[in-house]
Design a protein around this ligand. Structure first.
Ligand code: ADP
Ligand code: MG
Length: 258
């Protein structure tokens, strides 16, 4: 068997995909530039490890079910002065995840709650934490369906196991009794075990309405807030800012004409 074939077979058996792509080029370079054997080997292995890490991150990102990809650096803090950038950067160190604490973003629509939750998720995945993103509505619908199919125990694991569970958009719809009960169960099961990042357009005072039962709302808030931080965003919608820029609003034009 010729050398080339034997190498290819070996790479295949190891499951290495990056080295075969670059071997020829790196070997040529090493021989032209008299690179020591160990340095050559190190370069190949580091390339393979980087590629493996990238594949892992890609897979974990897919599994997290994020609605879109937005990073911390894509967030314009100057547009939202009610948020202290330093505080968000501190949250991005993910110490709160290490300590199984929760994080709640409150604020009106379009202020970047989901964006920041997604950005933190990407930071977390890069640090090899597992993340699962769901909207509150999908969460309770999925659990209600699983309950009917007798697969609730199994389905609960999807929401209990990841290091971070993101529950987006609490409060857009009221929950029925059964839905609120499932929501409570998730919050209880994760309590002091794994972080929840939650977003809502409703202040805590109106959570009784969301869950249709103030006793249950209190029990949920009690567990959720015990080890947690809240980021209150008070500001204008970024979506509307972009529309204004594009001249969607007549009032805006009139202002400009003045
Ligand atoms: P919501 O608070 O309703 O969850 P989103 O996070 O979905 O809002 O933000 C709406 C859109 O505006 C997204 O595309 C998001 O990336 C963008 N966005 C919101 N705030 C900012 C910001 N301060 N800087 C950059 N983009 C922003
Ligand atoms: Mg949102």
């Amino acid at each position: 068997m010729i050398l080339q074939e034997r190498l290819e077979q070996a790479f295949q058996q190891f499951g290495w995909t990056r080295i075969p792509d670059i071997l020829h080029h790196v070997a040529e370079e090493a021989s032209n530039e008299n690179i020591p054997y160990l340095e050559f080997l190190d370069k190949l292995l580091q390339e393979e490890l980087t590629a493996k890490h990238d594949r892992f991150i890609k897979m974990k990102t897919r599994m997290a079910h994020l609605p879109y990809r937005k990073t911390m650096d894509q967030y314009d803090f100057t547009f939202q002065p009610s948020i202290e950038e330093r505080r968000i950067r501190d949250l991005a160190t993910l110490r709160f995840v290490e300590h199984q604490e929760n994080l709640i973003f409150l604020g009106p629509p379009g202020t970047g709650k989901t964006h920041l939750a997604v950005a933190l998720a990407l930071e977390a995945i890069a640090k090899r934490y597992t993340v699962y993103f769901t909207t509150a509505h999908d969460l309770v619908q999925t659990l209600q369906q699983a309950h009917r199919n007798n697969t609730i125990q199994q389905k609960m694991k999807t929401y209990i196991k990841p290091h971070i569970l993101i529950i987006d958009e609490i409060g857009y719809r009221k929950m029925e009794d059964e839905a609120a009960h499932f929501f409570f169960q998730i919050v209880s099961e994760r309590y002091e075990k794994g972080s929840i990042i939650l977003t809502s357009n409703k202040s805590y005072g109106s959570w009784g309405e969301i869950f249709g039962d103030s006793v249950l709302a209190t029990a949920i808030l009690d567990r959720l807030l015990h080890h947690s931080s809240t980021v209150n965003i008070k500001g204008e919608s970024y979506r509307i800012k972009e529309k204004k820029k594009a001249g969607f609003f007549r009032q805006d034009k009139q202002e400009e004409e003045k």
